[in-house]
Structure formats: C-alpha cells, structure tokens
Design a protein around this ligand. Structure first.
Ligand SMILES: NC(=O)c1ccc[n+]([C@@H]2O[C@H](COP(=O)([O-])OP(=O)(O)OC[C@H]3O[C@@H](n4cnc5c(N)ncnc54)[C@H](O)[C@@H]3O)[C@@H](O)[C@H]2O)c1
Length: 243
C-alpha cells in the first residue's frame, strides 16, 4: 500500500494510461479523482476501481478551460478530503503533415497539453505548498525527446511540458513538492487510433511487445510515492528500449 491515505487526481483517466494510473493508485491505497472530458469513460473507470474494492470519484472537466479546471480541482479536493498527487495526463495526438497543420490545430494541441498542465498546476499547487507535500506527474511523450514526423505540433507541446516540469520543480523543490514527467513510448491505448502507422512502426519496442498502460502506471506510482522524494525535475522514459 505505497499510497495509503493519499488523495490523487488524474486527468484523462477515462481511458488508457490515466485509467491504468487510477487502478494502480487505488490498488495501492489512494482515493482517486477520475477526470476526463468524456463522462461515460469516467463512469467506466470508477466502476473498474470499485470492482477491485477501491474508492474513486468522478470529476468531469475540460483541461483547456481554466475556470472549469479550478472548480473541478476544488470539487475533487472536497470529495477526496484533500489532494496530494496530481497527474496531468489528458492528451490527444492527431497526426498530420506539417504543411497541413492549421493554426487552429496547432492551438488545440497547445491548449490540451500546455494550457492543460498550466491550468491544473495553478489549481493544485497552492494546497500542496500549504501542506508541504505534493507530487505532480505530467504524462509527456518520447516525441518530446526524439520528435516525430506528422506530429510536429504534438512533439512541440510534449517538449514544452518537459521545460515546464524542470522549471517548476526548481521553484518548489524546497517545499516538499516534486514535479516530474514520464515519457511513454508506444502504449496500447485508444490514442493510437489517431497516430500515423509510420510512427507506430518506428516505435515497436526492442523488448518485443507493445507497452501497456500499467507499464506507465508503475512509473507514475514510483514518482507519486514517499520513496521518490529526492527525484524532481526528472523525465522518466518508459519505452521498452525504443529511444
Ligand atoms: N499511447 C501512447 O502510445 C502514448 C505515447 C506517449 C504519450 N502518450 C500520452 O499519454 C497520455 C494519455 O494518453 P493515452 O495513450 O492513455 O490515450 P487515450 O486516448 O486512451 O486517453 C486520453 C484521455 O484523455 C481525455 N482527454 C482528451 N482531451 C481532454 C481534455 N481536453 N480534457 C480532459 N480530458 C481529455 C480523452 O477523453 C481520453 O479519455 C496523453 O497525454 C498522451 O499524449 C501516449
């Protein structure tokens, strides 16, 4: 029970990696706030957590909307009885050639991944600073490090998240709050339906299987734990060796 008594909020937890985090965190004793933009998916994740005897509450909001995130985080804090761990995980990955990416598509990518992280951290950080304990974990991507063709907007946004966590980690390092990111390689989730097959082929992992949400969830579990108090500003690459 590595997260016994902890309260965690996970964005984009109605599916894939976020759902994997919700399940593993609950199995490890946390009560979990399940966010998504899709309410049906939230209910599915809550049912899965509860089926294993865990406790979860639904907190629907769009991570791109500053006011909605702020009130959603307050709602989560009230329902969970506090907030210790925040996973900024919601994401999208529609592939397109750079020449075809419209300014609107560029904006959407920045809004979900950069404004989404900004909005969430603005809402959760004051409470974490006040209690001198907090864990912020952003789901970035190996695209942040290597770049991906057909995903220039996604790669830029994911790399922006890495700059963000490094900077914020320094700012709050002496206040008991760590700020880290994971960089998944290829993971079997719904998002792969949006990704160009060339990118998928390039990332087939040397370990011989495609990644599963639980691989990422275990990395997040470590970063969320007490044991990881000396790890901050770190990008943990979880990719089956496909750097
Ligand atoms: N699957 C992979 O191969 C892979 C690789 C690298 C990084 N990632 C990252 O992992 C994270 C999770 O993705 P996944 O693979 O689990 O995909 P997924 O599609 O299974 O889950 C993403 C979830 O985010 C939700 N979401 C999207 N926009 C939202 C918004 N504006 N507000 C709230 N929720 C929103 C979706 O409804 C969905 O349930 C993303 O940030 C993604 O970029 C995934």
């Amino acid at each position: 029970m590595r997260l016994a008594g902890k309260k965690a909020l996970i964005t984009g937890a109605g599916s894939g990696i976020g759902r994997g985090m919700a399940l593993l965190f609950a199995q490890n004793g946390a009560v979990v706030g399940v966010n998504d933009i899709n309410p049906t998916r939230i209910e599915e994740t809550i049912a899965l957590v509860e089926a294993e005897g865990g406790k979860a509450v639904g907190v629907p909001f769009d991570v791109t909307n500053f006011d909605a995130v702020n009130s959603g985080v307050n709602q989560a804090r009230e329902a969970l009885g506090g907030l210790d761990i925040f996973c900024a995980n919601a994401g999208i990955a529609p592939s397109a050639d750079f020449v075809d990416i419209s300014p609107e598509a560029w904006d959407t990518m920045m809004k979900v991944h950069l404004y989404g992280v900004f909005n969430g951290c603005k809402a959760v950080l004051p409470g974490m600073l006040e209690q001198s304990w907090g864990r912020i974990i952003v789901t970035s991507s190996m695209s942040a490090v290597s770049g991906d063709k057909h995903l220039t907007h996604y790669s830029a946004a994911k790399a922006g998240q890495v700059g963000f966590i490094r900077a914020l980690a320094r700012e709050v390092a002496d206040a008991g709050v760590t700020v880290n990111a994971i960089a998944p390689g290829l993971v079997q989730t719904n998002i792969l339906g949006e990704v160009d097959s060339e990118v998928i082929e390039r990332y087939l992992p040397p370990v011989g299987r495609i990644g599963q949400p639980k691989d990422q969830a275990y990395a997040a579990l470590y970063l969320a734990s007490d044991e990881a108090e000396f790890v901050t500003g770190h990008l943990l690459q979880v990719n089956g060796g496909s750097f």
